[in-house]
Design a protein around this ligand. Sequence first.
Ligand SMILES: COc1ccc(Cl)c(-c2nnc3c(C)nc4ccc(C(=O)NCC(C)C)cc4n23)c1
Ligand SMILES: [Mg+2]
Length: 344
Amino acid sequence: YHMHVSEQNVADLVLCDSPHIHPDFGLFSFTPRKIIFNETPCYVLKMFEDLGFVNEFMIKREVLARFILYVKKGYRDVPYHNWMHAFSVAHFAYLCLKNFQLVENKYFSNLEAMAYFIACLCHDIDHRGTTNSFQQQSNSVLASLYSSEGSVMERHHVSQTLCILNTEGCNFLESLNHEDYSRCLDLINHMILATDLASHYKIHNKQLIMATEGYHPKDPEHRYILACLLMTCADLSDQTKDWIETKRVAQLIYAEFFAQGDLEKKMGKEPANMMDREKASIPDHQLVFLKDCVICIFKLLANMFPKSKVMIETIKRNILCWEAAKIIFDKKALEGKTSYEVLS
Ligand SMILES: COc1ccc(Cl)c(-c2nnc3c(C)nc4ccc(C(=O)NCC(C)C)cc4n23)c1
Ligand SMILES: [Mg+2]
């Protein structure tokens, strides 16, 4: 693995105790993006310890610290799919593990819980800010490697995670027995692959049945589709925060989408409307995404974990905000302003 992390930074992280945990850190309303960038590795270490994984699996703090810094370094400086996205997704996993007591209530074993947290942290490593279809369109190296199996980017994120685990001094899972080790890697693989939104649509119906008819902890398929649901919820957790946060995240997402659209135009390709900064209607697209995708997924979560009902109300409020925003965007469009100009 060609990346490099300074041993000084590792030593500093091992000793980190600097930020006291924010009192609201464990609430679903907490917005992890407000954490100072340089303090995020320490917060990851604290979440790991607070979840009990360090003691349960005899994890060496220095090796875990090095792993966290390599993962952070593995993310690129793209507008949305960067380290702060990974950190916020991992924070949501932490919230679910703590608030739903997934291990205590036998939804997850300790190993599955740790795999869930790691998968969230690593699920978008080395993302280039472009979609799976763009990999195919542009005949990228990643497409040549993975397009026959699909989920091109997600397979790359898995590969990058394994590379880091195999990097000198980074394999904090080495203390696991052989069976737990291979099971953990298998879980991380499936959980990261589950973050391909296209894969979510394939199992949404099974999740609906599980959420309405009841969860059977002994059924391996239930355990698998619950893990997939929790991965997708974590990946979309920005949408469960207040409007200011939701609006700010939309700016980042569309900065990425429109950069891809600009690239596609340069390649002589016609970008999809939502990738075209001249044609996209951001409120319309967001209303479709929230009403047809996000709120459905979080309703399944709320069916299984009533404590997450509060997030449904937040998403409904954000839908109302986008409906109000739509009126303003449409008016500004008449004055020749693009969606992105209005959003910024
Ligand atoms: C769970 O996996 C992912 C993967 C990638 C992304 Cl960007 C997202 C994601 N996270 N927040 C958002 C928001 C606020 N709006 C979105 C609008 C469209 C799309 C989308 O993927 N449409 C399909 C087309 C690209 C083929 C994704 C959106 N999204 C989630
Ligand atoms: Mg992804």
